[in-house]
Design a protein around this ligand. Structure first.
Ligand SMILES: C[S@@+](CC[C@H](N)C(=O)[O-])C[C@H]1O[C@@H](n2cnc3c(N)ncnc32)[C@H](O)[C@@H]1O
Length: 374
C-alpha cells in the first residue's frame, strides 16, 4: 500500500524530530488541517460513511433530547433566550431533530420561542478543547451538550512491562510507522492511572490503557464556558455528554488487556490505528470518572450518570413508541391485509428495530449519559 499524503508528512516529521507520542500521532491523523480525518468532510458519517451515531439510527433520540432540554429549561426557571450549545455537532442532525421536536411536539410556545440552539464543530473552526468566551452575555450557554465527542480526542497509550508503565510512541521503521515503548512523556501521563487507584501493577505484562488528557482540558474549558468568567455572569446550567466508556475502575481492568483503542474504516472495526492515517477514525472509550472529577474541580455537581438505555426510558421513549403504535401505525393492526396496512406494519417494525438498537445493552444502550450541573 503506497503511503497516504498524511502518512508521508508524519514519516518526514518523525525522521526529522524523532518518535512522537501516540496522542500526537492521533492528533495529526484526526485533526491536521487539510488532511485529518475529522477536517476532511462529512461524508464519513452516517450509514454510507465509516460510522453512524444515535442520531442516524432514529429520530426518537433527538425527541428524547428535546424532552431533556425542556426539563432543563423548566429547572432553570424558563430563561429566554434559552441558549443551548452542541459541541462536535457533525452535520447538525441532532440540532435539526430537536428543533423539529420543539416545533411539532413540545406544545409549549414559550419553549419554542426561547430555544436558541447553536452548533459548533471542529470542521467549522470551533475547537471544543480551547478556551472559548462568548462575545456577549446573551450568548452564554445554559446547556452545553455533546454526543460522541470526547471519544475522538487524542489519547496517550500506556503499556505495563516488568512492573513499570511505559508509553507507546510512534516511530518509523523501514519507511513504515511502527510502535516503540519509552518513558511516559509527562508526569500527568505517568500518574494518571494511580490517580484513579487502578491496580495496574497486578495486571499481566502487555496490559494497555489510554490516557485522555484532552478530555480533562475539555471539561475545564466547557465548565468555564458554562459558568462565565465574570462573577456577575455566573449562573445555573448543565453540561450533558453522551459517549461510550465507564467509570475508571470499570474501564481499566485486567479483562481489557489491550485497552479500548479501535479504528473504523467503512464500518469495519480494525485494530491497526497506524495504517491509513487521515482515512480512518480512531477512538477510545471515555473515562467518565475523569470528567466527573474535573467537573467538580470547576464547581459543578454530578446530576446524573446513567446508561443511554435508562436515560431514553426516563425521557419517555417507550411511551412515545406506544403512542406511535396505537396512533400513527394503527393501520398495521386494523388493516393488516391491505397494502397500506402492510406498509404501516413494515414502517412500524423498522421504527421498533431502530429503538431497540438505541437501547441494546450490548452496544448503544450501554453508552453513558453524564449530566453535570451548577
Ligand atoms: C463521532 S462524530 C459525532 C457527530 C455528532 N455529534 C453525532 O452524534 O452524529 C464526532 C464529531 O466531533 C467533532 N470533533 C472532534 N474533535 C473536536 C473538537 N476538539 N472540537 C469540536 N469538534 C470536534 C468531529 O469533527 C465530528 O464531527
Amino acid at each position: 500500500m503506497p503511503p497516504t499524503p498524511l502518512q508521508q508528512l508524519i514519516i518526514e516529521r518523525i525522521q526529522r524530530n524523532g518518535p512522537i507520542t501516540f496522542a500526537e500521532f492521533m492528533r495529526m491523523a484526526l485533526y491536521m488541517p487539510d488532511y485529518g480525518y475529522y477536517v476532511t468532510g462529512p461524508t464519513r458519517m452516517g450509514w454510507q460513511g465509516d460510522y453512524y451515531t444515535s442520531t442516524d439510527v432514529s429520530p426518537l433520540f433527538a425527541n428524547c433530547m428535546g424532552r431533556q432540554l425542556y426539563q432543563m429549561w423548566e429547572q432553570l426557571k424558563r430563561p429566554s433566550p434559552f441558549v443551548v450549545l452542541e459541541q462536535g455537532a457533525g452535520r447538525g442532525h441532532l440540532a435539526e431533530g430537536v428543533r423539529c421536536w420543539a416545533n411539532h411536539h413540545s406544545r409549549e410556545d414559550d419553549f419554542v420561542a426561547a430555544l436558541d440552539y447553536r452548533i459548533g464543530d471542529l470542521r467549522m473552526g470551533q475547537d471544543a478543547v480551547a478556551e472559548n468566551e462568548p462575545s456577549d452575555a446573551t450568548a452564554q450557554p445554559h446547556v452545553i451538550l455533546s454526543n460522541e465527542l470526547v471519544d475522538a480526542f487524542p489519547v496517550h497509550v500506556l503499556e505495563k512491562r516488568n512492573a513499570r508503565l511505559y508509553e507507546v510512541y510512534v516511530h518509523v521503521q523501514q519507511d513504515r510507522l511502527s510502535e516503540v515503548l519509552d518513558e511516559p512523556s509527562s508526569p500527568e501521563v505517568a500518574d494518571y492511572l494511580d490517580s484513579y487507584h487502578i491496580p495496574w501493577l497486578s495486571f499481566n505484562d502487555g496490559w494497555r490503557a489510554e490516557v485522555n488528557l484532552a478530555a480533562l482540558r475539555w471539561m475545564k474549558c466547557t465548565a468555564r464556558l458554562l459558568l462565565g468568567s465574570s462573577p456577575r455572569r455566573k449562573r445555573h446550567g448543565f453540561i450533558l455528554t453522551i459517549d461510550y466508556g465507564d467509570r475508571a475502575r470499570l474501564l481499566y481492568t485486567r479483562h481489557r488487556p489491550r485497552g479500548t483503542l479501535v479504528s473504523y474504516f467503512q464500518h469495519q472495526l480494525t485494530e491497526r490505528p497506524l495504517v491509513r492515517p487521515g482515512e480512518q477514525d480512531i477512538t477510545a472509550h471515555v473515562n467518565f470518572s475523569a470528567l466527573i472529577g474535573e467537573g467538580r474541580k470547576q464547581g459543578l455537581r454530578l446530576h446524573k450518570f446513567t446508561t443511554q438505555r435508562l436515560w431514553l426510558e426516563s425521557m419517555g421513549m417507550d411511551d412515545e413508541l406506544e403512542r406511535l403504535r396505537t396512533h400513527d401505525f394503527a393501520m398495521a393492526e386494523t388493516q393488516r391485509s391491505s397494502n397500506q396496512g402492510q406498509i404501516a406494519l413494515l414502517k412500524w417494525y423498522d421504527l421498533r428495530q431502530r429503538a431497540a438498537t438505541l437501547t441494546d445493552p450490548a452496544s448503544m444502550g450501554n453508552f453513558k449519559v453524564l449530566i453535570l450541573k451548577r
